[in-house]
Design a protein around this ligand. Structure first.
Ligand code: ATP
Ligand code: MG
Length: 324
């Protein structure tokens, strides 16, 4: 459970999960999902340390347990679709879910599986790679702002403006190529960017856009295993790029940048989730639970129609029934 310091002493095991979630109605499931995801939620702890959060929970499950865990994910995905339908119908709130992680941590898979039950009309996914020339001609939030979700929708960012305090911070050269006026590049730049991001998310919040941030916390050992798999399996070869290996060499620098980023931008209203990612299935359940918790906090409901409208619908029903 999470301690006051936003760290985990004992994450709930998959077995524990089964006990917690089995047989719950969707409504109860939302509440439990909130409680379950809390152990990975960081809401603003100046002493936050990545090493207090596990990379792995229950990687070596038996077949039976694995299937039962998959069943939990299925229920979670269904519950998510139910809330998304209300979000869309109500058309007031929007949800932005940001994914950040090292290569091969499972961002794509988590997005694919967790959002698999959601109506495509109510959901947009955007991936942010190295900025192009047009994007570099603008401030760093510009390209992401253009893709913020409309009211009633869920927006997924596969990488985001957070790259500006991650890859850009780790590699000196990138900042220099960003066309910023020299006098603005000072030692304070990371602190300033982190502050600007926090303010931006607070602004979004006040406009009805909730922001949930997911860090898929994969271990260096597991990343190596997944890279080797990508090299060994022909159908996975396309997923491997040489730059993945280059970035891996900067592992410690990345971890330091992630830690500082989470410390400075996790808030009660826009929390970070530090998700154990060595076990893909468990990670997806945590992600689903985090999204469910955010949607549930919006207290969504289908728009109520007026009495006149109800009466009109009855009249129309009558007309339809009386048709030849
Ligand atoms: P995959 O799982 O397919 O590898 P990916 O998200 O890693 O997905 P890539 O095309 O491999 O996609 O990588 C995108 C690269 O773009 C990442 O290395 C990321 O750090 C980089 N990038 C994203 N935003 C910026 C930015 N603002 N400045 C510089 N580089 C960036
Ligand atoms: Mg990559």
């Amino acid at each position: 459970m999470a301690t006051k310091k936003d760290s985990i002493t004992e994450p709930v095991s998959a077995k524990g999960l089964l006990k917690e979630f089995a047989g719950l109605s969707h409504k109860k499931f939302y509440a439990r999902a909130g409680k379950f995801s809390k152990q990975f939620r960081v809401t603003g702890d100046k002493k936050f340390k990545l090493k207090d959060f596990p990379c792995d929970v229950d990687s070596n499950l038996g077949e039976e347990e694995k299937q039962a865990t998959q069943q939990i994910l299925r229920i979670g995905v269904e519950a998510l679709a139910e809330l998304q339908d209300k979000l869309y119908a109500q058309d007031k709130w929007a949800l932005l879910v940001i994914f950040q992680a090292m290569d091969a941590a499972g961002k794509d898979g988590a997005i694919k599986h967790v959002m698999s039950g959601v109506n495509p009309q109510g959901c947009d996914v955007n991936s942010f790679k190295a900025p192009n020339a047009e994007e570099l001609d603008h401030d760093f939030l510009w390209r992401c702002m253009k893709h913020l979700p409309e009211r009633g929708r869920i927006g997924i960012f596969n990488r985001s403006y957070y790259e500006e305090v991650l890859v850009v911070r780790v590699h000196d050269g990138i900042l220099k190529s960003q066309k910023l006026p020299e006098k603005l590049i000072t030692d304070n730049i990371w602190k300033e960017r982190l502050g600007d991001i926090s303010n931006f998310e607070s602004y979004l919040n006040k406009n009805g856009v909730l922001v949930v941030k997911i860090f898929l916390n994969v271990s260096k050992k597991e990343q190596k295993k997944r890279f080797l798999e990508r090299i060994e399996k022909p159908e996975k070869n396309w997923k491997f790029s040489n730059s993945d290996l280059t970035e891996r060499k900067f592992w410690d620098e990345y971890m330091a940048a992630y830690e500082d980023m989470i410390r400075k931008t996790a808030t009660e209203k826009s929390p970070w989730y530090v998700v154990p990612a060595d076990n893909k299935l468990y990670a997806r359940i945590v992600v689903a639970a985090a999204i469910l918790h955010a949607l549930n906090s919006m207290k969504l409901y289908y728009p109520k129609v007026s009495e006149e409208k109800v009466a009109e619908l009855q009249r129309i029903k009558q007309m339809l029934l009386e048709e030849e």
